[in-house]
Design a protein around this ligand. Structure first.
Ligand code: PLP
Length: 354
């Protein structure tokens, strides 16, 4: 079976080298006569993996010692709750949120368990087809939360507001895909399975000085400070997903880092959006200026061509092109590991629909 062109939105394609090294580590990790699946997370073989997996994030994001990185279970969805637990004041806690899609709305829902949530702007009225821009975040908020890339709708924030409070961002689906001034953010989190590794682990990168200020009793697992103190080994971490994430990030670092990935990602997106704009059979869901480089959500202009198109892309060895069940249509996810050749194959298929 030859490798498919995998446009899956998540869990997603990873570099082939990562699959090969991961497979080898399952059979025999570092030649120690044991599988990575059967060794202690506190063993001398795994501890350096966790250390390096934490350190490489800061190198890639160009962040200093004022930040800490931890790897947690529970997915990005648990971060929807952990963020307010750690940042929202126990008394009169208040946070500002930007509502740009389903994941942002889920984050809002969880934060409401702990305090007042003000949605400063929302694009829900137009089915999340754009990123709201003319809003301000006033004084008095414990933090502001936004979602850098809306995986379902295919929109992406191109700039981030200056806010008079901590800036928190769910970067699950575009972390490590483009150059940003990451020091602008006080807390970044990302479920690994979109652009940094396999499912089962979530990366949290937090500026230390924003923690410990809420006056709130935080349950142990939900407390970032405890995970930091325990060097991301408060309990058994997701050993294998952390290892595969490290391999993915090493691959990125060895291939020019985020700056080079951004150039590749822009080329892929340009190719696909170019075809959608040129080809009257297709259109995107969202406003042009807010188009995501990572998730290209699009649809047929003539639904009667659906069967023909579906058969054609499947025959071309393409996987994972169906849109999210809430939006329908198609979604091509162009994560870091997707080669431009796969986009070329998709464009050829689109071009063949007449
Ligand atoms: C997929 C996704 C999530 C949810 O991630 P889980 O790890 O499944 O909880 C949250 N936010 C964004 C932006 C996503 O794309």
């Amino acid at each position: 079976m030859s490798k498919k062109h995998n446009f899956s939105a998540g869990p997603c394609i990873l570099p082939q080298e990562v699959f090969e090294k991961s497979a080898q580590a399952i059979l025999d990790f570092n030649g120690i006569g044991l599988s990575i699946l059967e060794i202690s997370h506190r063993s001398k073989d795994f501890v350096p993996v966790m250390e390096e997996a934490r350190a490489i994030v800061k190198r890639l994001l160009k962040l200093g010692d004022d930040y800490e990185v931890v790897y947690l279970g529970g997915g990005a969805s648990l971060q929807f709750l952990m963020v307010p637990f750690n940042l929202m004041k126990a008394e009169n806690g208040k946070a500002a949120y930007l509502d740009t899609g389903t994941w942002a709305a889920n984050a809002i829902k969880e934060a409401k368990h702990l305090g007042q949530v003000d949605v400063v702007a929302s694009s829900k009225d137009e089915n999340y087809s754009y990123i709201p821009k003319n809003y301000t975040v006033g004084e008095g908020y414990d933090y502001f939360h936004c979602t850098s890339n809306n995986t379902i709708y295919g929109t992406q924030m191109k700039t981030f507001p200056d806010v008079p409070t901590s800036l928190v961002c769910d970067m699950s689906s575009d972390i490590f895909s483009r150059v940003l001034d990451f020091s602008k953010f006080d807390l970044i989190y990302a479920g690994a399975q979109k652009n940094m590794g396999p499912a089962g682990v979530t990366m949290v990168c937090v500026k230390k000085d924003i923690l410990g200020k809420t006056g709130r009793n935080i349950p142990s697992y939900l407390d970032y400070s405890l995970h930091i103190k325990k060097e991301s080994m408060f309990n058994t971490p997701p050993v294998f997903p952390v290892y595969a994430t490290l391999l993915t990030l090493q691959h990125l670092e060895n291939n020019g880092g985020i700056a080079a990935a951004e150039i590749r990602n822009e080329a892929k997106a340009k190719l696909l959006y170019g075809e959608i704009d040129r080809n009257p059979m297709f259109e995107t869901f969202c406003k042009e200026e807010d188009r995501s480089l990572m998730n290209v959500s699009f649809k047929l202009t003539d639904e009667s061509k659906k069967e023909e198109f579906d058969n054609a892309w499947k025959a071309a060895g393409i996987n994972g092109l169906n849109g999210h069940r809430s939006l329908g249509g198609y979604r091509a996810s162009l994560y870091n590991a997707l080669p431009i050749e796969s986009v070329q194959v998709l464009v050829e298929v689109m071009n063949s629909i007449k």
